[in-house]
Design a protein around this ligand. Sequence first.
Ligand code: MLT
Ligand code: MN
Ligand code: ZN
Length: 295
Amino acid sequence: MRVVLLGTAAGGGVPQWNCVCDRCVDVRQGRLPARTQEAVAISGNSQDWWLLNASPDIRAQLLGTPALQPGPGPRDTPVRGVLLTDAELDHVLGLTILRGAGLIGYATPPVLAALESALPLRGLLDRYQPWTWREGFDGIELTGGLRVTGLPVGAKAPKYVASPEPDDRWVSALRIEDPATGGSMAYSPCLAQWPDGLDDLLSGTDCALLDGTFFDATELGAAVGQQDSGQSRMGHLPVSGPGGTLAALARHPDLRKIYTHLNNTNPLLDPLSDARARVERAGVEVLTDGAEFAV
Ligand code: MLT
Ligand code: MN
Ligand code: ZN
């Protein structure tokens, strides 16, 4: 399976349009590379490509990725569809850019319902060119030979949903396997807590692309000049600390581990930071937009 990291930033990207935190300033002044909002492209055969999430930056991400160029017919595209891990704006707004293509969309029931009512993108897309929507991730076989299963990892609903139904399927982790190579990847860019089942999923996987939004539980509050109320406000487990993802990932020494969905406040954005050195010593990578690897 080929994997391309189309974008590696959390909502807002790096730099964020209205932010003057240290990292955003570093990017504006050319000291750090910019990052677009998180999404991935995968393929089992280099011809049929599937998007994992559709970020608001999808247009630039598609244009900048050689494998995703259109053709040979006048409206042909190698993009077959989108798998949505959640309904957050930074993961679904790119669907509007894909209008007119009539692709396949996979998501869980609460995510499909949010895209029907609170943010009615499904009906909107259908009026350009009907999409095919499929519920859940279990037993999916994607064209190109990839197999997918899903794991519910959280009940965090997007803020734009006024009265969300409690449902642990608001957020999913995916396991994608390429039977041709035997390789597999776990994808979990939004982890508000470490759920039951995630260790098992990671144990049977070669590579994991995981939520690295915040390095520590106070950085968001510090950047906006407020006492942070902690993880519940962030909606993401921090990397560091006793309950952080780095401690959990230490249970998986043989797994290739990559952090993504990095917030613009995150010191991991700076390759020379102590935070980055610590994470790399622990065997976890931070890659740039456009990074490609095989699983
Ligand atoms: C998140 O990942 O927590 C959301 O994308 C937050 C947001 O909407 O910016
Ligand atoms: Mn997000
Ligand atoms: Zn910033």
